[in-house]
Design a binder for this molecule. Structure first.
Ligand code: AMP
Ligand code: GLY
Length: 423
């Protein structure tokens, strides 16, 4: 079968690498892809959100499965778009429907969903410009620190955590008043701060059944010791040592199963990955956020640990046949270290020559923001490479990635030297 993968980051390089290993796949296309994905398929110059162009391509290239990497096309309804066109109805789209993708697309929707289905999460209220004063009162009723979340997609930049209540009130006014997050904040969720340690649990669901994937922990802050501004992710490890059987039992019973059942009760069609961002609050799991796709850079440690054929799992989503499948997981640990361009997550340069990637033998180098110009590999984004390794335990895997990184060089490169430090 021919498969079309949507997206252009390190996550999509990892997907392309894994999909190409499937015996079921003849041709793999990636829209738009990057310098890494082109090793496993053909990059095509179509944006992941250009639905009419994708439709033309799928029809003219006999594509029978579309795997969606990022959230944007999902939140904008790529699943529904394909299902609404008679000639494309039989194309399998791996991802949730537009309504279901609101679990990520709207923080308010996600919170309401969790409350409705009794899923543990932080106490919250949602405010608009009109209810700003009520927002101040709610902030007064909470303890420091204060969590403010722009309702819509904000590329990971819509969350503020503030120590002083006056600052929180000021920011709430700004978010609601000035549409600070590009319109994302016509509503703002204000919620209780949850103290604990974060981890991510992933499942693949057909809307009725689910299969658990390897769990992971990502490192979002730019600085060592989890300091400084948030980024798209500076590294990840899998599995997370504190996610033991007893914790997982609670996650399954209190969070995953009620989510799957809730989707069904609410008639939300879901044929894809669910990312549960969790807080371990003294052994009790609570949901920080849902994402309607895999994480980046978590995918770069999760997919290498899946031994099963991913496409064979995707194929049964439409018929709700996941309960008849088994996922085989590699027992080894995996770690990825993200190399970024100096200045990221603020201003950074592009088009810097990257040396040494071809010399790496002990790690897999996933390209995030990179491109080829003739035969030279150049940086093309803030997050440039994700260097993934296996190991006997997290520390071993992390060390192998650091050894590989010694052979890679580009001007102004930066990476955190403490990935996995807290586990
Ligand atoms: P989100 O986009 O909802 O994942 O929020 C981004 C990050 O902010 C999360 O990964 C957490 O580190 C932090 N965060 C969000 N909500 C809370 C909360 N209620 N309590 C503590 N930390 C939070
Ligand atoms: N690594 C966090 C995310 O993909 O949202």
């Amino acid at each position: 079968m021919n498969v079309l993968l949507l997206g252009a980051g390190g996550r999509e390089h990892a997907f392309a690498w894994k999909i190409k290993q499937s015996k079921q796949v003849d041709k793999l296309y990636i829209a738009p892809g990057n310098s890494g994905t082109q090793e496993f398929g053909e990059n095509i110059k179509i944006a992941a959100t250009d639905f009419p162009a994708l439709r033309e391509f799928v029809l003219s290239h006999q594509v029978s499965m579309v795997v969606v990497g990022p959230e944007d096309p999902l939140v904008h309804g790529v699943y529904d778009y394909f299902k609404s066109i008679p000639e494309l109805q039989f194309v399998k789209v791996i991802g949730p429907s537009k309504d279901a993708a609101q679990l990520e697309g709207s923080k308010d929707f996600a919170k309401k969903f969790m409350v409705r289905h009794g899923i543990p999460t932080a106490a919250y209220e949602t405010f608009t410009k009109e209810s700003l004063y009520k927002g101040f009162q709610f902030l007064d009723s909470l303890k420091s620190p204060y969590v403010l979340k722009a309702d819509g997609l904000a590329a990971g930049k819509g969350v503020l955590i503030l120590d002083s209540v006056d600052e929180a009130k000021r920011e709430l006014s700004v978010m609601l008043g000035e549409a600070k997050f590009g319109g994302a904040a016509s509503k703002v969720v204000v919620e209780e701060f949850m103290k604990g340690i974060e981890c991510s649990v992933f499942v693949l669901s057909d809307g009725k059944n689910y299969q658990l994937l390897p769990n992971a922990k990502d490192y979002k802050r730019i600085g060592e010791g989890d300091t400084g501004p948030n980024t798209g992710g500076m590294g990840a490890v899998s599995p997370v040592p504190f996610v033991d059987d007893s914790f997982m039992k609670k996650v399954k019973e209190r969070i995953i199963q009620p989510t799957i059942d809730g989707l069904r009760k609410d008639n939300l069609v879901y044929k894809g990955f669910i990312y549960f961002g969790l807080m371990n609050c003294q052994g009790e799991p609570r949901v920080v956020e849902y994402n309607c796709r895999m994480g980046d850079p978590e995918t770069e440690v999760v997919l290498p640990r899946i031994k099963s054929d991913l496409i064979e799992l995707f194929e049964v989503l439409e018929i709700e046949g996941l309960d008849k499948k088994k996922i085989e997981i590699d027992e080894r640990a995996a770690a990825t270290v993200v190399m970024v361009s100096g200045g990221y997550p603020e201003n950074y340069r592009k088009d810097i020559v990257i040396h040494g990637v071809q010399d790496i033998a002990d790690s897999i180098v996933f390209h995030a923001g990179a491109k080829y110009e003739d035969t030279r590999l150049l940086t093309n984004g803030g997050r440039v490479l994700a260097v993934t390794s296996f190991g006997n335990g997290i520390q071993d895997a992390v060390n192998t990635s650091y050894k590989s990184i010694e052979k890679i060089f580009f001007d102004d490169m930066y990476f955190r030297k403490d990935i996995g430090f807290d586990v």
